[in-house]
Design a protein around this ligand. Structure first.
Ligand SMILES: [Fe+2]
Ligand SMILES: [Fe+2]
Length: 340
């Protein structure tokens, strides 16, 4: 009992001395002191250390309570995700509230990962057959590197194109992020503009990731496929990072050829859909919103727009490599921002 009383006295003295210094906000101090007096007068007085830690734990809630009292408002809330089922509201003491966005039909915009102004209609008029003929030694090396990767991919996936697309998108989203990141660091190091190439490459990475978010709605990865992605990402990220540092000319050329292969894969995917070997299921909702597709679109429509995206990535990367071939830096030529 003696210990408890002396502990309470110590806590009270600590609160009175430290409270105003620790928390300069005028609105929090009275609450701190009232908490301290509760600790002294209440029956549940425990050890000073315990009281201190329990008081510290409660502090954030106290501050939030005061905010409610002061403003007479409900706590600011943030949505946890786009899925209405799991749409748990998270209380934000910091006042960071998400903007509520509506679709044209007045319903809520459900995607937090992209906004209506980031959606687009794919340019389907793009030439899918364009090919960069490998003439220099470096181009041939890039070309045959990609071709040699095709063989194990064909063996592994056979004609399971949905699964193949999903898995390859986990790789395809890496180069843009690595290239964008390295250009970002270069821009900081050299105190110079990037010519928009950082953003263009990050846009590509984001677009590829959206392909993945779409295909994972129609092909669920098995545990060993997830494990494979883990391993491949570990190797590919580092290899591409090193490759880009040594020769961005080679790195972009290789991605250009990877995109040519992607166009081929999606063309095969379409053939299988047309033959009826793959069910032409309704398009995932995320794809309908992202590519502004009609509500009754199908998987075939999605594959068509994704293939058009790949053709744009092919052009951007071959173009980037060509800039380097001319002995120039990317920043010297304005980046094709928003090129879809
Ligand atoms: Fe893709
Ligand atoms: Fe691509």
């Amino acid at each position: 009992m003696m210990m408890s009383r002396s502990g309470a006295r110590l806590t009270n003295s600590m609160m009175a001395t430290m409270g105003p210094h620790l928390f300069s906000s005028a609105t929090t101090t009275p609450r701190i002191l009232s908490t301290a007096s509760y600790l002294q007068n209440g029956n549940q007085v425990a050890s000073p250390a315990r009281n201190m830690s329990s008081w510290t734990r409660k502090r954030s809630t106290l501050a939030l309570g005061e905010k409610e009292e002061e403003g007479g408002k409900q706590p600011v809330t943030a949505s946890a995700g786009g899925d209405a089922k799991n749409d748990k509201e998270i209380v934000s003491y910091w006042g960071v509230s998400p903007s509520r966005i509506s679709k044209e039909d007045g319903t809520d915009w459900k995607w937090n990962c992209f906004r209506p102004w980031e959606t687009y209609q794919a340019d389907m008029s793009i030439d899918l057959k364009k090919h960069h003929a490998p003439i220099t030694f470096m181009d041939k090396m890039a070309y045959w590197t990609v071709k040699s990767l095709r063989l194990p991919t064909d063996i592994f996936f056979q004609r399971r194109f949905g699964c193949r697309a999903m898995m390859l998108e986990t790789v395809a989203a890496v180069p843009g992020m690595v290239g964008g990141m390295l250009l970002h660091c270069k821009s900081l190091r050299r105190f110079e503009h990037s010519g928009g190439w950082i953003k263009a490459l990050l846009e590509e990475a984001e677009n590829e990731r959206m392909h993945l978010m779409t295909f994972m709605e129609v092909a669920k990865p098995k545990w060993y496929e997830r494990a494979l992605v883990f391993a491949v990402q570990g190797v590919f990220f580092n290899a591409y990072f090193l490759g880009y540092m040594i020769s961005p000319k080679f790195a972009h050329r290789m991605v250009g050829y990877l995109e040519e292969e992607a166009i081929h894969s999606y063309t095969e995917f379409l053939k299988e859909l047309d033959k009826g070997n793959i069910d032409n299921v309704p398009a995932p909702a995320i794809a309908i919103d992202y590519w502004r597709l009609p509500a009754n679109s199908t998987l075939r429509d999605v594959v068509m727009v994704v293939r058009a995206d790949e053709a744009h990535h092919r052009d951007v990367n071959h173009f980037a490599s060509d800039i380097h071939y001319q002995g120039r830096e990317l920043r010297e030529s304005p980046a094709p921002l928003g090129y879809h």
